[in-house]
Design a protein around this ligand. Sequence first.
Ligand SMILES: *Cc1c(COP(=O)(O)O)cnc(C)c1O
Length: 497
Amino acid sequence: MFYTSTRDKSVRVTSAEAITKGISPDGGLFVPMEIPKITPDFIESLVPLSYIERAKAVLKLYLTDFSDDEIAECVEGAYREGKFSSEKVAPLYKLSETANVLELWRGPTCAFKDMALQLLPYLLTVSTGKTLKDTQVVILVATSGDTGKAALEGFCDVPNTKILVFYPVDGVSPMQKLQMTTQEGANVSVCAIEGNFDDAQSGVKKIFTDKDVEKKFKENGFAFSSANSINWGRLVPQIVYYVSAYCDMIENGSLKNGEEINVVVPTGNFGNILAAYYAKRMGIPVKTLICASNANNVLTDFLTTGVYDKNREFYCTSSPSMDILISSNLERLLFHLCGEDDTQIKEWMSQLAENGKYSVNDDVFAEIKALFAAGCCDDNGTKDTIKRVFQEKNYLCDTHTAVAVKVYDEYAAETGDKTPTVIASTANPYKFSASVLSAITDTVNADNEFDTVDELLEKSGAPVPSQLAALKGKTPRFTGVSEKENMKQVVFDMLGI
Ligand SMILES: *Cc1c(COP(=O)(O)O)cnc(C)c1O
């Protein structure tokens, strides 16, 4: 199995190279040249297995340059007992007759990013062992809140790596900020930037392809990689949990092998939902992929009109991890849908860079309409949904998950579709305590983050994850704020070059 670039089809690399590099030198993203197929028999064989064993079986199909032992070591390290607060790793919670919430936030940082970022450092260590010698890997991360902490936690004190995280100074929740700025470890660094997530992401992408930086890195024995979902090593672990959720639904009697499911994903950078698309292409019978956005609804418009237009107001919402107007991974989907036409992708992406806008042709749009449904939900809708789900189902969901629940409810009401559905739940509610608390009660007494946590516990009874409770009273290590034009210098400073 080899990987190519969405912007240059002559590129042909192994999975180890794709994971080591993060992004192709032409600015394109690595995609598998062929998507492996699984059969109903294969799925059946996974049903009695643990998450770890299912992960090995699925990853093996994509990481063909890894040995079985290497895959086993990576997966067992990432998902070993005690790392996730559920022995299922990503358990399903039955919310209604048709809706099943897939809890992807049981990991060390309480967001779904752990599903991939616990595994990525292992994959990267094996990959660099195959492709680079005597080189330190520098992981650069742009985060809208959750990736940053999950990456810091995953890479903390991993030998031969350094990690630097950029986050938008006003674009993350207080808990997210505290999680990042108090991170321990000798190889980590965190810096706020004056700008939003898109600025952080563009800044990091620019550094990756900067010739000057490349030269300086070579001279000093450093090489870049990315822990953002532009890295294939971030996406491939996410395919696993859709396969695993389908197996769980067979196992618990929600459906028979071969029957269809819908998948609903609260979406930002389009990584999570793209993983569901790959699962479908592999052979998991997914009827509709439902893309849920917050008030930053550029994807809702794109998936329903075929026009991508980021020229619009940017909102800071109560679901900050989805406050994104440039969804990087869409490029991968478009590559697969347009007959792998790299010239076409380059053209759309340069229109996006120059005018902030492009429209896909009729054929691609027809495919999009066959695959996807899309909807959006503003902060009021989010709040109402948290309240309603809590009152009616006694289930406390975070703001991002609430966006997905609301969009699904609207979809189900409009279409009458009764297909069993998996709703991706992407964060623990205590990461966004203030928003969640004000949704379930009209009178909030707390006036600081940890009083809010206590009050939310008192009013909801939902357990507080110990790793969040432990942040109380911790002093931030990283307090720097940089202008977005200055990110390159921050990188040099961190590395002392
Ligand atoms: C990152 C994130 C998302 C968005 O996921 P994408 O893969 O970027 O679409 C949604 N919810 C939460 C809580 C997140 O951390």
